[in-house]
Ligand binder design. Structure first.
Ligand code: EPZ
Length: 416
């Protein structure tokens, strides 16, 4: 297991290009199951989670040709199972559920089980599929799904689940009749998936809104597609530039999908300018503590909560951070406190009192975004910060140390 060693205190300078969005690439890879044939996908990020997902699809007979574009051959389906060994490491593997019941009329997918940030149930995925006629059985930790013919249904989601919306949309595109999903997730990555489905011949209205109307068609055909840039990766580099008082241009950023994040950073005193795909962080301005509450899109994303908290540890004044999406997404707090941060947790709220400086120390990554927040804090902390268990980072950040080194950070990755 590697660790990342950072000598903090260097203002970042220069330009960084954002990679393809992990949370768009995963459902889009799953959606290739819906259309037998050869798919050309552009801007697929080189991430551990993507490699894991390719393994899952490979078990079903899907083959890949690495390169730009990534070529995905879904002509032959030889299986429809997502095994526990894989799903327990990456819950997004549940995204094969919808496409498999649509294509193969059956699926056997391990229940994801919990993870560091919460129980992560999939009850809403299953309730929606059942409404479309799928017979669901739980058997030794697996969801066994069978259906003769998917039929359109009226579905209202209790909570706007992102992968739940994606699973149901992927089932609905090949169902008989019309499916309407109310209280659908509006995350940009859901819209990116919808656009890919439409490119393959699906009929979807209301893309980007909380009501998706899907009229089933008989078949889809592969279509080339370019995956949208990663707004969370962009937000993470924004936090790194801001906390080090640097001057950084973030290119290939999905600016239109980042309003809540950009506004919150500006409210905190970060000086930035944007055009349609670039964010320019300027030096100067002083960081002030601001409150933030995570919300489903278009609100402030839970995936940016930990990185924003790192920034707030060095702001003047206090910042009340409320996490409303996951029940246990403060695993980074105790590690940030090892760097000298002043944070108090009460239920789903963290009160951050800004300090003049952080002091480097060894810290432990616990989940993907928590590890990003420790890197952000380490870039500003005086002295040496060692982030252990960096395999969490590899799940969602392509070439992190190279990109930060190019911005002048004193950062290196060493075998722990
Ligand atoms: C997606 O996870 C993302 N993952 C997460 O990103 C992200 O944090 C999350 O959406 C929220 O934005 C992918 O897209 C691959 P949810 P997902 O279903 O779909 C409850 C990252 O860092 N819920 O929207 O699993 C659930 O418990 C990852 O890249 C149910 O109760 O999240 C949670 O409290 C982490 N029943 C809330 O909804 C269900 O059936 C939101 O979960 C489904 C969800």
């Amino acid at each position: 297991m590697d660790k990342i060693v950072i000598e903090g205190g260097v203002p970042l300078k220069g330009e960084v290009a954002i990679s393809g969005a992990k949370n768009a690439a995963l459902p889009i890879l799953a959606a290739t199951l819906l259309a037998p044939g050869i798919h050309h996908l552009y801007n697929v990020p080189p991430l551990a989670d993507i490699r894991t997902f390719k393994k899952v699809l490979g078990l079903m007979g899907v083959s890949f040709e690495e390169g730009k574009p990534l070529i995905v051959d879904t002509s032959r389906l030889t299986g429809w199972m997502a095994p526990y060994e894989v799903v327990k490491t990456m819950r997004a593997a549940v995204l094969v559920l919808g496409p498999l019941v649509a294509r193969a009329r059956q699926a056997s997918v391990s229940l994801p089980g919990g993870c560091a940030i919460g129980a992560r149930p999939i009850d809403l995925h299953l309730k929606g599929l059942a409404a479309m006629g799928v017979k669901i059985r739980l058997n030794q930790g697996y969801v066994e799904a069978r259906v003769k013919r998917l039929k359109g249904a009226e579905i209202t989601l209790d909570t706007p689940t992102v992968t739940g919306t994606e699973n149901l949309m992927m089932a609905a595109v090949l169902a008989q009749g019309v499916t309407r999903i109310h209280n659908a997730a509006q995350e940009p990555e859901v819209a990116d998936l919808a656009r890919f489905l439409v490119a393959m011949g699906a009929k979807i209205e209301g893309i980007g809104t909380d009501v998706l109307t899907i009229t089933g068609v008989n078949a889809l055909t592969p279509a080339p597609y370019t995956i949208m840039p990663d707004r969370i990766e962009a937000g993470t580099y924004l936090a790194a530039a801001a906390i080090t008082r640097g001057e950084v241009t973030i290119t290939n950023a999905p600016v239109a999908a980042m309003s809540a994040v950009l506004e919150k950073f500006q409210e905190a005193g970060v000086r930035l300018k944007t055009d349609d795909d670039r964010i320019v962080v300027e030096q100067g301005g002083s960081l002030v503590g601001v409150d933030v509450k995570t919300r489903p899109y278009p609100g402030f994303p839970t995936d940016m909560q930990a990185q924003f908290m790192a920034l707030m540890t060095l702001a003047r004044g206090a910042s009340l951070i409320t996490e409303t999406i996951f029940e246990n997404r403060f695993m980074h707090v105790s590690e940030l406190k090892r760097l000298g941060a002043d944070i108090t947790i009460s239920a789903n709220q963290a009160m951050v009192r800004g300090k003049k400086q952080l002091l480097g120390a060894p810290v432990m990554a616990t989940d993907l975004r928590a590890s990003a927040s420790l890197v952000v804090a380490g870039l500003a902390a005086q002295g040496t910060t060692e982030v252990h268990r960096v395999y969490h980072l590899d799940r969602g950040y392509a070439h992190l140390t190279e990109k930060l080194t190019a911005l002048g950070a004193r950062i290196r990755r060493v075998p722990a």
